[in-house]
Design a protein around this ligand. Structure first.
Ligand code: MN
Length: 161
């Protein structure tokens, strides 16, 4: 069900993006796509059940307008967007003019992640990417303008693992 929004926003005769398909398999991968749309942003996606305990695997997705935090304790706004199908994890290409999200999509980084915590307000992971590596948290904010806003935070490494 959660891919409905993904489907509604797109015309799959026009866009080269993957069609929505439910998946029951996931391997705890992440991707960060650099998306040269009307405004350059980064799309941060985590392969995980659509809700904790669900059998349906999707890419939980956030648009990060100002880039991925690099320094410990750096925070960047991350706006949660519609869940994307798992196949989107390898997507690169050009979304044509006139289509939703028109512009070029390139993979900026990808890899595996380890989930440390997930609830409605906090998702904490260790990313094992080339550019994004170490502990990161997504923390839900009170939001503004009706948007589902979070902060993406680069955390100090924790001892003990
Ligand atoms: Mn995007």
């Amino acid at each position: 069900m959660s891919l409905e929004k993904y489907k509604q926003k797109r015309d799959f005769k026009e866009t080269p993006e993957p069609e929505p398909a439910a998946s029951s398999k996931g391997a705890s991968r992440f991707v960060i796509q650099e998306h040269h749309a009307s405004h350059l942003h980064y799309d941060f996606r985590l392969e995980m059940p659509e809700e904790a305990g669900s059998q349906t695997i999707v890419l939980k997705s956030w648009a990060v307008p100002k880039g991925i935090p690099k320094e410990i304790n750096e925070k960047k706004l991350a706006v949660q967007v519609e869940d994307h199908p798992v196949d989107y994890i390898g997507f690169e290409g050009i979304i044509p003019e006139g289509s939703y999200g028109a512009g070029t999509v390139k993979i900026w980084d990808s890899g595996q992640y380890e989930l440390l915590k997930r609830d409605n307000k906090v998702i904490e992971v260790i990313l094992n990417g080339k550019k994004a590596s170490g502990r990161y948290s997504l923390v839900k904010t009170r939001g503004y303008g009706g948007r589902n806003t979070w902060l993406l935070i680069k955390n100090a490494p924790k001892t003990g693992y």
